[in-house]
Design a protein around this ligand. Structure first.
Ligand SMILES: C[S@@+](CC[C@H](N)C(=O)[O-])C[C@H]1O[C@@H](n2cnc3c(N)ncnc32)[C@H](O)[C@@H]1O
Length: 173
């Protein structure tokens, strides 16, 4: 779940970039979607992916009266399946990765070739409120593995912002 501080940073990043194509992995109640929508360029599209369709009525309630709700494309399914079917010639300018943490490395691998040159990826939970290094369990292990990858990839520029659970902001060179 995206907390309010993280949501404000997402909105600010989106406003700075004014992306034409945004992708969110993990919609939940649709709060992060609304934050990202703030900077979407005119004519832009915001894709968001959620595997649990029981959440759709809640999302509809939250998005329903937004003046740009028609710019949101909701995809029902597993993040990796949606990425595998991504249309050619539709590069992603800004991606917010906030689905299952165990799948985060596979999602990153699938996503990177779909990103625009100079595109931006934002990962949630990558600092775990400051305790990631000692945290136990598969989610923490996946996030540590992601941080290692991001740190050692010369084709990327990465900064971790200590906002909420931690937000990694990554630029694809
Ligand atoms: C942390 S919540 C997302 C929070 C949301 N981005 C927000 O701003 O509040 C994670 C969501 O991702 C969904 N999810 C988890 N793994 C997924 C996957 N592999 N594919 C699609 N959706 C997934 C969950 O059902 C859940 O609704």
């Amino acid at each position: 779940m995206t907390d309010v501080q993280t949501g404000r940073v997402l909105a600010m990043v989106s406003r700075m970039l004014q992306p034409r194509v945004i992708l969110e992995l993990g919609t939940f109640t649709g709060y992060g979607t609304l934050c990202l929508l703030e900077g979407l360029s005119t004519e832009g599209i915001l894709h968001t992916v959620e595997r649990n369709d029981e959440l759709f009525p809640i999302q509809d309630q939250h998005w329903g009266r937004h003046p740009r709700a028609e710019a949101i494309r909701r995809h029902h399914g597993q993040a990796l399946d949606i990425l595998a079917d991504w249309p050619e010639g539709h590069p992603i300018d800004l991606a917010y990765i906030d689905a299952d943490k165990q799948g985060i490395l596979a999602q990153f691998d699938a996503l990177l070739p779909l990103m625009a040159e100079g595109g931006w990826l934002v990962f949630d939970n990558t600092w775990w409120g400051g305790s990631l290094e000692t945290a136990e369990g598969p989610k923490a292990a996946s996030l540590r593995a992601l941080n290692q990858r991001l740190q050692h990839d010369d084709a990327l520029s990465t900064v971790i912002l200590p906002v909420g659970d931690g937000l990694s902001v990554v630029r694809k060179a």
